[in-house]
Structures are given as structure tokens and as C-alpha cells.
Design a binder for this molecule. Structure first.
Ligand code: F6P
Ligand code: MG
Length: 511
């Protein structure tokens, strides 16, 4: 008879099996047992990207450093900027109103450092409040700064920073980063003149060249100027907190030799495919979804100027941010500042007469483009939300339809790239067209290009052997800005369109 009360009948406290010969454990199983990534489109939402999200508590990712260290530093610098402004005021009401903004900034700092939950945005009567609060209620209820997806939590912090001022009476549009943005451009003289001295005089085509020769010249210019716009992105202020003048000069050098050597650092390189797309474009519409103000914006304008002069584009639409965003992003004020400073400013005391003159001439031409409607500056509120661009057609259908009218939409920079690719842990060999989802395959979607220097974890359309080698040899390669990608979605779009066409043909034949 078994004695159930005897000590030998008690279950073993721990059983250790030696499983050394079994196959290794696999990762990424779904709860229903099927392989879980990428999630199918219907299972994707802002808290559940196609592949696992980066979150602040992931110590292996840049999310951790950013949420834990960089954002508090950026916020601390922002408080210092407000103190500078405060010390220059004389009106008591305005001073106390600004002090209240500072109090709100200090509350935000405490919430960030104590990793509190993301609360709804206070109704400051701005149009984007419903969009923000819907996202928080639907996808991020109970989430905090560290366990919400990095992209959303980081964007939320900039919207909360804006709220500190939007609730005030006199300081609603105050930009805590404006000083910094202007200052860095003023320290970029060498590279600024390098370009203005070459491009101030309108480009003329040599009449002696044959059509083929002229196309070849055009192609080379296109490839180089696309690179000028690309590498202009290496200079974003949120990362360059302690840059010296020399450091800035190094990353901004725009000479031909430098560009040739940097092309080898473009790990996913669709430059030639981009050229194939625009080579025969005449009078098209090109959209540039801007990233940073100052020098990067200046490079983008040089590029856009040439696109107009070459006849490729009839009009260029520039999309900027409605509120101060990720430290250095372009707002309308930054846009106006650049164009007006080029024409009227005295930013470069050491410049020669010829240099100053070249900058004024260039600035005048750009302002003329604006006056003639060839350059159009816009700022849709969707760009300053925490949604990724997988959600454009659902959360901002008007913007999606508007972009569909473009012949090419160029997204600049790292943050735009994170938003295109859902900022998740996709394998690096994921094709760009797959990584950007609906923007590549939804009916009517325009060709999309990402010009991005790599400054955060997500990397796509780069062979696995390249990313694995860099992971082993240069552990900082994903955040250094030394490497870049130029990726175009057109291939996938064309396949989609021809599949749709084939379907339509089959239907007609069947009738
Ligand atoms: O804070 C991180 C980040 O959002 C990264 O995407 C990048 O390092 C930087 O800030 C912004 O870069 P960019 O100006 O190129 O979007
Ligand atoms: Mg930026």
C-alpha cells in the first residue's frame, strides 16, 4: 500500500534534466504556437509593430540611453534656455507666465525621471489633441515612459514639452530649441559657402553637348546632390550636444572627394534606381518630408533648387513640423529664418564679399521660388504625432491622398526612417518595400525614398552579412551617423501595380 503521508510521497522540489543533446531553443513563438513575426497587417497596432518594438527598458538598444539619459539632458538644456529668455524680460505678467511654463517643465522632468505613466494631453485647444489622446487610451493605457514603444514615448515627451507652453498666455509658440538651431547654422560657414559659391549662379546647360552627354552630366549632378542632402542629415543637434567647430566642419565637408569616399558607407544604396525614376521626369511634383533645420535644410534647398532648374520638378513641397520637435526639426519659423538670414543677415563675420554675395543671391532665388509657388512649405499636424507612417492612410487620410499626387516623396533623416519602418526589430535584410508596409503597397501610394544617416537601431534592406559584421566589429555603427541608406520603394510598388493590372485584364477577358 502506498503511504501518501510518508516524506517519500512529496513531489521533488526541483528536477533538473540534462538536455544538452536537444536542439537549441528558438525565439519568437506566438502564443498560438505559430511563428509570430512579422505580425500580419491585421495584428499590427502602435503597441505591436510587425516585429518586436524597441522599448526604453531594452538595455541593448539606443532606446534605453535615450529615455534614461538623453531626454533628461535635452529637457535640462531646454530649462536653461527658458532661464536665458526669462532674464531678458521686463513685463511682470509675461515673466510670471513664463515661470509657470518652467514649473510645468519641471513636473515633466520629474515624471520622466520617475518613469511615470503616460497621461492624456491636456486640452490646449490644438487640433492634434484627439489624435494623441485616442492613441494613449486605445494602445498605451497604463504604459509608462520605459515600457511604451520607444518611438511613441519619445514623441510624447516632445508633445508634453510643447504643452508646457501651449497652456500659457504669452508663450504658446515658444521654441526652446530655436537659439541652438540658429547658432549651429552660424557655425557652419565653411560648408555653407562651399555650396553657395557653386550654386548661386543659375545652372546653364552646355549647348555643345549631345542629348546623351547632357543626360550623363545631369545624372552625375543628381547623384552628388542627393548625397549632399543625405549627408546633411548627419548634423542633428540632439546628438551633437558637445560638438566643436572642427567636428562640425568634418561632418559637413561637401567636396566631391569626400562624397566619393562616403558613398561606400551607404549600406543600402538605391541611388541609381532613384535616377532611373527621375531621369525622364519633366515638370513633376516632388515632396520632401523635412528633418532638421539649419545646415540640413540648407542642403535640402540646394537639392530642391537643382531639381527645379533641371526641369525634373515643376514644384517642390516641403513638409515641416508644426511644433518644436526632436530638438532640431524644421518649423515654419526655422524655414523663414533661413531664407531671410541668407538675404538680410550677417551671420558669418569672416566671410569674403564674394561669399556673402553668393549667399544673398541664392537666398533671393529661393524666396522667389516661394513667391512663384514653385516651392511650397506645409505643416500637417500628423507629422508631430506618435503614429508611424503605417498609419497615415487611417489616421490622416487627407495627407495620404495629398501625398499620392506626388511623383516622388523623399523622407529625410533618422526619425522619419524609424516612422517609415515602424521602429521595430525587423531583420536587417527585410526589403524596404516590406518594412514600410502600406506606404509601399496601398493603392495609389507614391514612390517613397528614405535618405537617412543611421542614428538608431532599426536597419532594413542591408544584407545580413554586412550588419552582422558591423555588429561584431563596430558595435556603435547603428548610432554613429557614419553609415547611411538611400532606399526606394518603387520596385514593390511597380510589382503591385502590374499585379493589379493583370487582375483587371483577367477580369475584362472573363467578361
Ligand atoms: O532620440 C533618438 C532620435 O530620435 C534618433 O532617431 C536620432 O538619433 C535622433 O533622435 C534624430 O535624428 P534625425 O534628426 O536624423 O531624425
Ligand atoms: Mg531631426
Amino acid at each position: 500500500m502506498s503511504d501518501r503521508n510518508h516524506a517519500s510521497a512529496r513531489p521533488a522540489s526541483k528536477t533538473l534534466l540534462n538536455l544538452g543533446n536537444l536542439p537549441p531553443k528558438q525565439m519568437n513563438f506566438a502564443s498560438d504556437g505559430s511563428a509570430s513575426y512579422p505580425r500580419t497587417a491585421s495584428r499590427v497596432d502602435p503597441n505591436n509593430p510587425p516585429w518586436p518594438a524597441y522599448r526604453g527598458y531594452h538595455e541593448y538598444s539606443f532606446a534605453h540611453e535615450t529615455m534614461g539619459k538623453r531626454l533628461p539632458t535635452i529637457l535640462g538644456n531646454a530649462v536653461n534656455d527658458v532661464i536665458l529668455t526669462l532674464n531678458q524680460q521686463h513685463d511682470e505678467e509675461q515673466i510670471t507666465d513664463l515661470l509657470a511654463c518652467m514649473d510645468r517643465m519641471n513636473v515633466l522632468m520629474k515624471e520622466l525621471q520617475a518613469n511615470e505613466k503616460l497621461r492624456p494631453i491636456i486640452d490646449d485647444e490644438e487640433g492634434d489633441v484627439p489624435l494623441w489622446n485616442k492613441a494613449i487610451a486605445k494602445y498605451f493605457k497604463g504604459k509608462d515612459f520605459m515600457n511604451a514603444p520607444w518611438l511613441f514615448a519619445e514623441a510624447y515627451k516632445y508633445r508634453r514639452l510643447h504643452e508646457c507652453f501651449s497652456l500659457s498666455r504669452y508663450w504658446k509658440n515658444y521654441d526652446v530649441f530655436f537659439r541652438q538651431k540658429c547658432d549651429t547654422f552660424s557655425r557652419s560657414g565653411t560648408a555653407v559657402f562651399e555650396l553657395s559659391m557653386r550654386f548661386a549662379t543659375p545652372q546653364k546647360q552646355d549647348p555643345k553637348l549631345s542629348h546623351e552627354e547632357a543626360q550623363q552630366v545631369k545624372k552625375l549632378l543628381f547623384l552628388e546632390l542627393t548625397q549632399v542632402s543625405l549627408w546633411g542629415n548627419a548634423t542633428d543637434l540632439s546628438l551633437l550636444i558637445n560638438m566643436t567647430e572642427e567636428d562640425i566642419k568634418k561632418i559637413q565637408s561637401t567636396g566631391g572627394e569626400h562624397l566619393a569616399s562616403t558613398e561606400k558607407n551607404i549600406l543600402g544604396n538605391h541611388l541609381n534606381r532613384m535616377w532611373d525614376l527621375v531621369a525622364n521626369m519633366k515638370g513633376g511634383r516632388i515632396d520632401i518630408v523635412l528633418d532638421n533645420a539649419g545646415f540640413e535644410l540648407y542642403c535640402d534647398c540646394v537639392y530642391a533648387d537643382w531639381l527645379i532648374q533641371s526641369g525634373i520638378a515643376r514644384e517642390v513641397h516641403f513638409h515641416g513640423k508644426r511644433i518644436p520637435w526632436f530638438v532640431s526639426d524644421v518649423t515654419r519659423k526655422d524655414w523663414n529664418w533661413l531664407l531671410n538670414m541668407m538675404v538680410y543677415g550677417f551671420l558669418f563675420p569672416d566671410a569674403s564679399d564674394a561669399e556673402s554675395q553668393s549667399l544673398r543671391q541664392l537666398g533671393k532665388r529661393w524666396k522667389q521660388y516661394v513667391a512663384e509657388g514653385k516651392w511650397i512649405y506645409e505643416q500637417h499636424p500628423f507629422w508631430c504625432t506618435g503614429y508611424t507612417f503605417w498609419s497615415i492612410s487611417t489616421e490622416a487620410p487627407d495627407l495620404f491622398h495629398y501625398l499620392c499626387e506626388s511623383d516622388l516623396v523623399i523622407f529625410k533623416g533618422d526619425l522619419n526612417h524609424r516612422k517609415l519602418t515602424y521602429d521595430c526589430q525587423a531583420p536587417t535584410n527585410t526589403p524596404f518595400g516590406v518594412a514600410i508596409g502600406p506606404l509601399a503597397n496601398e493603392a495609389g501610394a507614391p514612390p517613397v525614398v528614405s535618405l537617412r544617416t543611421i542614428k538608431s537601431d532599426v536597419v532594413v534592406d542591408v544584407p545580413l552579412e554586412v550588419s552582422q559584421r558591423l555588429d561584431a566589429d563596430e558595435p556603435g555603427w547603428r548610432i554613429s551617423g557614419k553609415y547611411a541608406v538611400v532606399l526606394l520603394s518603387d520596385e514593390d510598388r511597380k510589382k503591385q501595380q502590374s499585379a493589379q493590372q493583370a487582375g483587371a485584364n483577367a477580369e475584362t477577358a472573363g467578361n
